[in-house]
Design a protein around this ligand. Structure first.
Ligand code: FPP
Length: 246
């Protein structure tokens, strides 16, 4: 029995987030430059997106560039930015064909002007699609996002628009760059690393984690199906007891 047919299609996550890791190590193993790993990683993005479409997953969030990634060698940063923006621009027709809506989260202001333009164009060109959202985390870090939200809430409190006693989970969520999307039920990280690396810290409060040793350029549809099967084997208690759930 193949992995896909073992999945209960009535219990798939609505939102899957992925920390795509291992491009550099994959490239090194092939005796290639790190950028080659990133470029082959684009094919795995297609695999993940197709797998999500087959499962009826509505939101796929990919951690493509963190605020800390600016500290990498300039050549890699420039190459990666180029690859991201060019890929999105080249894929617009395919995204439309597959009814994929492209959006981003993160500090868009901090991106180079040419990237911002390309990203705006891709968002605009796909804004009517609603089969699945491809949410690219670009210049993203959770601490930046939370700090930014606190700053903006404080400004509104100062202006008398928000009553401090009314600040709750929901209000904080509405100030994050993910405000329009539900929290991910499943978070996947590839390459065997067991950490979160400043990704969606607020939103993953109740997410299930799936870690795999597969390096991102080797990630295939079947790997995503395996992660969903693993997710379906978990008991999600949200702080309650097992007995309360049954
Ligand atoms: C982490 O691997 C990967 C990244 C920082 C970039 C991921 C980007 C892509 C796969 C391109 C995706 C393209 C689109 C359009 C979404 P790493 O470099 O940290 O690998 P290492 O840990 O082995 O060094």
């Amino acid at each position: 029995m193949d992995v896909f047919s073992k999945i209960d299609l009535n219990n798939t996550p609505k939102h899957i987030a992925i920390i795509m890791d291992g491009n550099g190590r994959w490239a090194k193993k092939q005796g290639q430059e790190r950028l080659y790993g990133h470029s082959i990683g684009v094919e795995s993005v297609r695999e993940a997106l197709n797998a999500c479409k087959r499962l009826g997953v509505k939101y796929l969030t990919l951690y493509a560039f963190s605020t800390e990634n600016w500290n990498r060698p300039k050549e890699e940063v420039d190459g990666l930015m180029n690859l991201l923006v060019q890929t999105i621009a080249n894929e617009v027709d395919d995204l439309n064909k597959n009814k994929v809506r492209f959006v981003t989260i993160g500090n868009e202001e901090g991106l180079p002007e040419s990237c911002k333009e390309e990203l705006r164009a891709a968002k605009k060109a796909t804004e009517k699609n609603d089969d699945i959202y491809l949410i690219l985390a670009l210049n993203y870090s959770a601490r930046w996002e939370i700090t930014n939200a606190i700053k903006n809430i404080a400004i509104k409190v100062n202006q008398g628009e928000i009553e401090p006693n009314l600040i709750n989970d929901e209000l904080v969520s509405s100030f994050l760059t993910t405000a329009n999307y539900p929290d991910p039920e499943l978070l996947i990280r590839t390459s065997g690393e067991l950490r979160i690396s400043n990704f969606l810290l607020w939103q993953i409060a109740y997410s299930e984690f799936h870690f795999t040793d597969v390096l991102w350029p080797d990630f295939k549809e079947e790997d995503l199906f395996k992660a969903v099967l693993d997710y379906q084997s978990r008991e999600r208690r949200f702080g309650q007891t097992s007995e309360q759930l049954t």
